[in-house]
Every structure is written in structure tokens, then in C-alpha cells.
Design a binder for this molecule. Structure first.
Ligand code: HEC
Length: 122
């Protein structure tokens, strides 16, 4: 391939944009799925409610090693990293838990946590 010299600076800019964007730290969760907290993080009240809701309502299928549909919620990072799937299945589609959807208060707990930023610290 023949590249004219005038185009080289443009190619360098494009190449560095690709490199920079692929290293952007938003991708950290995808690269390190268990890394959802920092050393000084304290568990937030909204997350605490969602966590206990999940422990009581998702048992038998997604807890104690259960991995139905490829989702296990034993660790808090797995809850944090699955916020979108949890919100969609429990609140939007109401198809989890199967056959006995969450009540309005329980759905609201998930919605409040998601709206607050769906973090461990929220
Ligand atoms: C009785 C067993 C059972 C319970 C209880 C249950 N699930 Fe599931 N869950 C399943 C099964 C089976 C699948 C896979 C279904 C499928 O892929 O169609 C699934 C799939 C999912 C998925 C993936 C959905 C997707 O979009 O692919 C999520 C997220 C999920 N469950 C969250 C929950 C949460 C949160 C709870 C508790 C509030 C819960 N489930 C309770 C059995 C259960």
C-alpha cells in the first residue's frame, strides 16, 4: 500500500485515538469483573436493600453456586456488575423470579438503587 507522506500525521492521530479509546477506564468492569469496589468503599443503604432482596428472592437458582441463565449473585460484585440484567428482568419484564414477580415495593428498591448509580456504595 502506498501512503502519501501528507497523510501520515492523520494516520498517527487516528491510530492514537484507537489506542486511547480502547484503554479508556470505563472498560475496567469488563476486564476485571470482580473489581467493583475500592479499599475505603462502604456498602451503601440502597445496595444493602437490593442485596438482601436478592438473597431472599433469588435463592435456589442464582445463589449458593446456582447459575441459572448464566447469572450467579453470591458475590456483591456480581450483583453490581449485573445491575442492568437485574433491572430488566425484575422491573421491566417482571419475569424474575419466574412465576412470582417482585411486588411494587421490591421493584422500587431496585429502581432506586439503579437511579442512584447502581454502585456498591449507593
Ligand atoms: C426458580 C428459579 C429462579 C429464581 C428464584 C430466579 N431466577 Fe433468574 N433465572 C432463572 C432461570 C431458569 C433463568 C434462565 C431463563 C432464561 O434464560 O430464559 C434465569 C435468568 C435470569 C437472568 C438473565 C435474564 C436475561 O436477560 O438473560 C437474570 C438477570 C435473573 N435471572 C435474575 C434473577 C433475579 C434478580 C432473581 C431474584 C429476584 C431471580 N432471577 C430469581 C431462574 C430463577
Amino acid at each position: 500500500m502506498v501512503v502519501s507522506l501528507k497523510k501520515i500525521p492523520l494516520l498517527i492521530i487516528l491510530a492514537s485515538l484507537c489506542v486511547l479509546s480502547s484503554c479508556y477506564f470505563d472498560k475496567e468492569d469488563l476486564l476485571y469483573p470482580t473489581n467493583c469496589i475500592s479499599a475505603n468503599d462502604v456498602k451503601g443503604p440502597k445496595f444493602t436493600e437490593v442485596e438482601s432482596l436478592i438473597k431472599s428472592s433469588c435463592n435456589g437458582c442464582h445463589l449458593n453456586g446456582g447459575n441459572d441463565g448464566g447469572y450467579n449473585f453470591d458475590g456483591f460484585c456480581s450483583i453490581v456488575n449485573s445491575w442492568n440484567a437485574i433491572y430488566n428482568s425484575c422491573v421491566i419484564r417482571s419475569d424474575m423470579p419466574p412465576g412470582s414477580p417482585l411486588n411494587a415495593n421490591q421493584k422500587q428498591m431496585i429502581t432506586d438503587w439503579v437511579n442512584a448509580g447502581h454502585r456498591y456504595t449507593d
